[in-house]
Design a protein around this ligand. Structure first.
Ligand SMILES: Nc1ncnc2c1ncn2[C@@H]1O[C@H](COP(=O)(O)OP(=O)(O)O)[C@@H](O)[C@H]1O
Ligand SMILES: [Mg+2]
Length: 263
């Protein structure tokens, strides 16, 4: 396997509020340059996994390890994870009033680059406008408050704008395709494909195979009941598209794929 970017071993994650275990012993290794897709029905813990990797305070890791480039991620704060090169495009991006898109991005980018290595302002704006053009985002969005009043599709493209600017080591995209029409989907997929690099790993979470026709993954994993129950190549996604999830549930003897009430 390629040099590992992210190594997850026996991860267990609990929702703090509800005292419910959602991720239940998940293993996954992503090599540099690889695109991994996690597919799965709703309610199987995909977003919980993404949030826990990024350090969202609503979730507690109760067992297991997460290692990024040899470093213990679980010991890091959220901003340390971001500076170490982790990036999450959220399924439901938050609106932040009072902070312009451009300011937010410049602050985040400079935090990632480190003190003394800040990007020159003009260079930043040139890069920002290049990327916005590529993503078909109106230039006025640079000065608009972060995600405020953005449509669902605009929020998704804005997440990809952040990814393009921050050039993460590991990009996690949670249902980036939801709410996108076919044209926006193509634009987003093109942007991801352009960022494909031997120095970067991707974890793409999606419900539908459609996205994976445009962003062709190296590995596909199916998540049910809080763990990965099947892994394969891109043909696994095609099989799921044709046959749904029921055959796999039958093969595995799973009746209810969600991590639900019985926990
Ligand atoms: N912050 C939270 N508070 C309460 N329950 C949560 C929270 N986050 C996730 N869950 C529960 O965890 C389960 C899995 O949710 P999620 O990770 O969003 O699944 P998926 O992304 O696969 O659809 C669901 O039953 C959901 O209600
Ligand atoms: Mg989700």
């Amino acid at each position: 396997m390629a040099q590992p970017v992210l190594e997850i071993h026996n991860l267990h994650v609990r929702v703090k509020e509800e005292d419910k275990e959602i991720v239940r012993g998940l293993d996954l290794a992503i090599g540099s340059g690889e695109i991994h897709a996690i597919m799965g029905p709703n309610g199987t813990g995909k977003s919980t996994l993404a949030s826990a990797l990024m350090g969202h305070p609503a979730y507690e890791v109760t067992e297991g390890t997460v290692v990024l480039d040899g470093k213990d991620v679980l010991e890091m704060s959220v901003d340390e994870r971001a500076r170490a090169g982790m990036f999450l495009a959220m399924q439901y991006p938050a609106e932040v009033s009072g902070v312009s898109n451009a300011n937010f991005l410049r602050t985040a980018l400079n935090a990632r680059r480190g003190e003394g290595n800040e990007i020159p302002v003009l260079k930043f704006h040139r890069q920002l406008h290049e990327q916005m053009k590529r993503l078909n985002i109106d230039p006025s969005f640079a000065e608009r408050y972060l995600n405020e009043g953005f449509s669902g599709g605009e929020k998704k493209r804005n997440e990809i704008l952040q990814m393009a600017m921050l050039e993460p080591r590991l990009a996690i995209l949670d249902e980036i395709d939801s709410g996108l029409d076919i044209d926006a989907l193509r634009i987003v997929a093109d942007a991801v494909n352009q960022l494909r690099s031997p120095d970067r790993g991707f974890l793409i979470i999606t419900h539908y195979q459609r996205l994976l026709q445009y962003i062709v993954p190296d590995f596909v994993h199916v998540m049910m009941k809080g763990r990965i129950v099947r892994s394969g190549g891109k043909e696994l996604a095609e099989k799921l598209e044709q046959n749904g999830y029921d055959w796999l549930k039958q093969e595995l003897g799973i009746e209810d794929e969600t991590v639900g009430a019985e926990a």
